[in-house]
Design a protein around this ligand. Structure first.
Ligand code: ASP
Length: 318
């Protein structure tokens, strides 16, 4: 059995590529890295990699992680600038005996020494988004943090090896140096080939409070199906946050176990995800919360076309 699942529609093309590799007996590490790089390289996805939205100071600072579910190796970078593929740097770091999570300048030095591709990740389109947002903030009380999304994935190969990876520009207009959940083990991602893996997108500050990805893996280890584990972890933690703090940030999780069974849960409307397994061609699903259950239906051709049209539409300066 092989399979791969990822947060958001933007992962679809990457999932397609990865599924070809997995079908041919490829490695879960290579497949997931290929899939995430595809998202990082696409300029119109404005929350991951090239074209990602900048921080308060108009710099694109990126977070990414990679985990190997066989060895439990973890590598991650946070607030890294000017490198094309943070996920590949994270994967490279996962092979180091120590110094596995590097931030800012230290991460950049490492990437430079290792010969990773340098790239100015701030696009003209992202600059327009930035200037427009500045104007909106000045005029209304719009939350600067609106506008974010992480690509988070879990992958299983035919040999039973599992991996997880994330990549994101984090929250739009974040403070310089702000790090979200995505490069933090147990929060943005976790995977254990003996059980399964999970990954998150949403408000990092809240996801981190519950180590939600780890919690889902833990529930799967107790015998829960990924769907049940995702629903339970998200519902419980959403309730917990509301009880203690009066509100809960956006939280959407995907998971897959080592049999290729998968699940998702979210506390928002309009969460989409992409999945492919030995039994299921690559597909994009949209979720709906009905009576405490997370229902998903296949995205229509119309929805998919419309998505791409709005992503790539010319952007006007306000
Ligand atoms: N989790 C990311 C962060 O807080 C953002 C997102 O997934 O929307 O950096």
């Amino acid at each position: 059995m092989w399979g791969i699942i990822a947060t958001w529609r933007m992962a679809y093309e990457g999932i397609e590529k990865a599924s070809e590799m997995l079908k041919a007996g490829g490695d879960a590490g290579d497949a997931i890295e290929t899939a995430v790089r595809e998202v990082e390289d696409f300029p119109y996805y404005k929350s991951v990699g090239y074209g990602g939205l900048p921080n308060e100071e108009m710099e694109v600072e990126l977070d990414a992680a990679y985990m190997d579910g066989d060895t439990l190796d973890i590598g991650a970078v946070a607030a890294i600038k000017d490198f094309a593929n943070p996920v590949s740097i994270a994967r490279r770091l996962s092979k180091e005996p120590v110094n596995n999570l590097l931030v800012g300048e230290g991460a950049e030095k490492f990437a430079h020494k290792e010969g990773f591709e340098r790239k100015n990740m701030l696009t003209d389109r992202a600059k327009i988004h930035y200037r427009n947002r500045k104007k909106e903030i000045a005029q209304t009380e719009i939350k600067p943090y609106a506008g974010h999304d992480t690509v988070g994935m879990v992958c299983l190969d035919t040999r039973g090896k599992m991996t997880s990876a994330t990549s994101t520009s984090g929250l739009f207009m974040k403070k310089k140096g702000r790090v979200g959940d995505s490069p933090i083990s147990g929060s943005g991602f976790y995977v254990d080939s003996k059980v399964g893996g999970a990954s998150a997108t949403g408000l990092g500050e809240d996801v981190m409070k519950g180590c939600v990805s780890y919690e889902i893996v833990r529930l799967m280890k107790e015998g829960m199906h990924p769907q049940e584990a995702c629903e339970k972890a998200v519902a419980m933690f959403d309730r917990e946050l509301k009880e203690r703090r009066g509100k809960a940030g956006d939280m959407s999780l995907i998971a897959m176990n080592n049999k290729g069974e998968w699940g998702v849960a979210t506390n928002i409307e309009g969460f989409s995800f992409a999945v492919a397994t030995e039994n299921e061609a690559p597909v994009v699903y949209l979720t709906k919360n009905v009576d405490g259950k997370c229902i998903h239906e296949m995205a229509s051709r119309e929805w998919l076309d419309d998505y791409m049209r709005t992503r790539t539409a010319p952007l006007k300066e306000l």
